[in-house]
Structure formats: C-alpha cells, structure tokens
Ligand binder design. Structure first.
Ligand code: PGA
Length: 254
C-alpha cells in the first residue's frame, strides 16, 4: 500500500514571519492526522525557520529547488549538502515553473535527482505536458520523455523514495484541475515508465501524486481514484485552514 502524500508548494510566497504564523494555525489542525504524509515546501528564506517549527511534528519540510553540486562558484544556488545541514530532508525537482522561468532542462533534473538520492533527500519529481502538447496528442510522449531523462541511470534507494508529481502545465494556477480520468490516464503512463526504468517493484511502490488547481472542493474526487496517491497543492495551500481542509477531505474518505 502506498501512503498518500499531501504537499504544499508555497512558491514565492510568505516571509519567515508569515510562514511561522501559518504554522501556528496549521499544526494544531493536523496534529492527529496519520493517514497521509504531509509536506511543506517554503521559500529558501523561510526554510530553516519552518524546519525548526515542524520538528517533533508529523509535517515534513523541503526546498523547492537546489543545485546538483556540493559547492562552487554558482551565485544564487543552494547545494544538497547545505540543505541537509539544516535538517531539510525533502526536495522538489523539475517543477514546470523552474523549467519555464529558470531554464531547467531534463538533464539538470536528472543530475539533481541523483544528487538528492546521494544525500538521502526525499525527492518529488514533477512532470507534465503543456496545453499545446496535450492538444497535439503528445501527452504520453512528453511524460515518457521527461521520465526517461529524469530517471536515466538512477538507482533507487530506500532512504530516498521517489515521488512523481503529475502536474499538467495547463492546470497549474488556472483554477481548473485536470479531470480524474485525465489524471488516471497520465498516472498509468507514469507508473509504466517508472517500472520500465527502475523495475516492477519501484513501479508498484512509487507514489504518483497530482498537482494543478487542487482545492478543498475537488480533493475528494481526486483521492477517490486508486491511481492518485496524493496531491501537490499551490495556491490553496497558502491559507492554513484551506490546506488543512484539503488534508481533512482526503482523510474523511477513510
Ligand atoms: P496550484 O499549483 O495548486 O496553484 O495550481 C500547483 C503547483 O504548481 O504545484
């Protein structure tokens, strides 16, 4: 059985003070929640504060990006060693906003994934097609290509179980989620590709979560699909009550 993961991607929102204010309200709301794993990905400037505040809670914390090298003359970058040194144990890789605005390539996602595994960080690798590719019937080809590149030469490690987030670019921040059917189709493709690259066991055990306009009013229909192992939530994770409600909706299906 794959344990569901509900994760918050805060993107470029929240100062440290705002992050801590969120946690003051949010942590008591999910204190007794055990069915799903919960993770928060704050900005780099809030990261150490959020890690400290989430110590001794059930909430994991991760960075939204990192470099693949340990150190070097790379202005503005943060390395896996630096993240690990402050107790950061999760990492978001290959988000479409990084691919689009920071020119992250499939090769870089692959190098970062290998670095994450080498440092015992738990990676969430984002893949997903643009509207143009979907309309051209290329969704499957895009997903297979992104995964083939990301997983190339990767050896899975029990310390760094890989989660794949299916995030169709056209559903991110638009208010209209992909349908459960579209998501299930994509997740089946993703699971096959993971199995082809990393073996049947990894294909079975790898969590495949969905991101793109997940909200309190659509989470229940998404989590009802056996192929959807959780959600990566952007906008609706910024308010503590909204994010807790998303987690509770999933919970109420038990
Ligand atoms: P959204 O973002 O929930 O605001 O659509 C999801 C994401 O980009 O991870």
């Amino acid at each position: 059985m794959r344990k569901p993961l509900i994760a918050a991607n805060w993107k470029m929102y929240k100062t440290p003070t705002e992050s801590l204010a969120f946690l003051r309200d949010f942590l008591p709301l999910v204190k007794h929640h055990t069915r799903d794993d919960i993770a928060i990905f704050p900005t780099m400037s809030s990261l150490a504060y959020v890690i400290e505040a989430c110590q001794d809670t059930r909430v994991d914390v991760g960075a939204q990006t990192m470099h693949w090298l340990n150190e070097g003359p790379y202005t503005g970058q943060t390395s896996p060693t630096m993240l690990a040194s402050i107790g950061c144990d999760h990492i978001l890789l290959g988000h479409s906003e990084r691919r689009i605005y920071a020119n992250e390539t499939d090769d870089m996602v692959n190098w970062k994934l290998k670095a994450a595994i080498a440092h015992g960080l738990v990676p969430i690798v984002c893949v997903g097609e643009s509207l143009e590719k979907r309309q051209s019937g290329l969704t499957e080809a895009v997903l297979r290509w992104q995964l083939a590149c990301a997983l190339n030469g990767v050896t899975p490690s029990p310390n760094s179980p890989i989660t794949i987030a299916y995030e169709p670019v056209w559903a991110i921040g638009t208010g209209s989620s992909a349908s459960p059917k579209q998501i299930s189709e994509a997740h089946t493709i993703i699971r096959h590709e993971v199995a082809a690259r990393l073996g049947d066991e990894a294909g079975e055990n790898t969590r495949v979560i969905y991101g793109g306009s997940v909200k309190a009013d659509n989470i229940a229909s998404l989590m009802a699909e056996p192929d959807i192992d959780g959600a990566l939530v952007g906008g609706a994770s910024l308010d503590p009550h909204s994010f807790a409600k998303i987690i509770q909706y999933a919970y109420s299906l038990e």
